[in-house]
Design a protein around this ligand. Sequence first.
Ligand code: S5P
Length: 278
Amino acid sequence: MSSSSRIAAQTYAQRAAKHANPAAKALLETIERKQSNLCVSVDVTDRDEFLDIIDTVGPYACLIKTHVDIIEHFDLSLIERLQELSSAHDFLIFEDRKFADIGNTVALQYSSGVHKIASWSHITNAHPVPGPSIISGLASVGKPLGRGLLLLAEMSTKGSLATGSYTEEAVNMARAHRDFVIGFIAQRRMEAVGTSTDTNNDEDFLILSPGVGLDSKGDAMGQQYRTPKEVVTESGCDVIIVGRGIYGKGGNIDVQSVQKQAERYRNEGWAAYQARIR
Ligand code: S5P
């Protein structure tokens, strides 16, 4: 099983102490400090609901994942509020932008426009489909700010094309840019994938895994769910990404139930990690 890998056997604290990228280091430290490997994905369109959910789940999460382009009436005051919540509840921010264009274009999309993602999002992600130039484009903006990038090496959806040699090449691309690429959106550990260049035994990619649910196996649009135990203990992933499993359908959220679910996923994710390093 891949979770027997060198990295999967280490604690988050041990990995934080050695990680050179500031965003990865901060995430690992936050995970350890809060004893939470839970990233909550907040995919709602209403500003107030977005902030209410984050205020409720913030204490249980190491990371809040956003899709800011789905929020109605977006302006930068929303980001100011998000940053206040990030400080108050001690979590990092991950804008799930899934960049996928040429280097020059993604650099502009990352730095500019309505959202100015690089100015506030500690972590973002990109599809490896354009090749290594997408990493250099994003790094030209994000590296000076101490940001980190995740590559989508695999996806959680039925029929995903991100498999086999595509996944291998994604991992090889990341290996050539370890100062900025901090890991992968994937369903399992990636140490054994592609061509290893880890001559100093210091490669440490974070694996953030979406498609996590305790009460459902999927949705009607191709999403597939696994449990925290399958994701963290059995597949060796580092962070569980949970959205609707915590806040349901959205629209008039029940704060108590959202809080209860966030606590439940946090506990399950942490227990699954403890079982892995034992
Ligand atoms: O392969 C993927 C990659 C991502 S980033 N599958 C995913 O589901 N995601 C994202 O994770 C997706 O965009 C959504 O924001 C979240 C999963 O939400 P849930 O409500 O199904 O838990």
